[in-house]
Design a protein around this ligand. Sequence first.
Ligand code: SAM
Length: 270
Amino acid sequence: MTRTATEDMHNLLTDNPELYEARFPDADRLAGRWTEDCLQRYGSGSRVLDMGCGTGRDAAHLHGSGRTVTGADLSEAMLTHARAHHPGPAYVRADLHGFDLGHNTFDAVVCLDSSLLYCHTNAQLDGFLASCRRALTPGGLLVAEMRNGAYFLGRTDLLDTPTLHEFAWHGTAYRSTTTLTVDRTVQLLRRTRVWTADDGSPPVEQRSAWRLLFPLELRRLLAAHGFEVLDLHDGPGPRTEPPWREGMAPGEATDADRLHVVARLIEPAP
Ligand SMILES: C[S@@+](CC[C@H](N)C(=O)[O-])C[C@H]1O[C@@H](n2cnc3c(N)ncnc32)[C@H](O)[C@@H]1O
């Protein structure tokens, strides 16, 4: 029998951070290096908040680059893992949809691997950006990397067939079958993933969703919250093909399946 883990309750990967790192390895710390490059490009100060920090890999990389980093996530399992395995940053529990980690406390907020898209509704997006505005010092940066909603306009290649993935972890073989669907009414990309493992445990079905955020919609939201867009492009980035490498400049198109944004706070919170 398949167990169903409902959205917002259990997520096999966020409940098992070591499994998450095994499934999505980033041995070269590409995401952290890309983020550091963005921060240096625009002369960011040293205090960084990593919202939706997950296992803490990127937060720890930024810490190792000399920054003073706070990693924040809603998952206690992720935070416990981050404190143990990626020490250096301060790790705190906070909700992307609205957080108060002080006023003018950070020079940059970073939000990587689609964490921002866990803001599903307009109210949640407003809550996130209002919180960033409060947390950032004037001139502070927002650096985010995520799926690109515009990719799904006229393309169905990611929707047509389930994606199968296999990997081994601690002697157990894990298989996942992932199906993506577009829910146009609420502008969400919905994911159903069924996990099986060869250790005799029953299959687990998980449901998750990301906001389908379009580039011009993001521009509009950022402007409404006092931000000026510095870069908005589909690559190169840490999860593009080919991936970003040191020395590569940001692109200008927003057509492919990843979206990268760097924005500066020009109108601080009143
Ligand atoms: C895809 S993971 C990305 C983790 C990390 N940024 C990375 O790039 O490896 C998304 C993370 O967002 C966190 N998350 C989901 N909803 C959240 C919310 N409302 N507030 C804070 N964190 C949230 C999850 O717990 C998870 O760690």
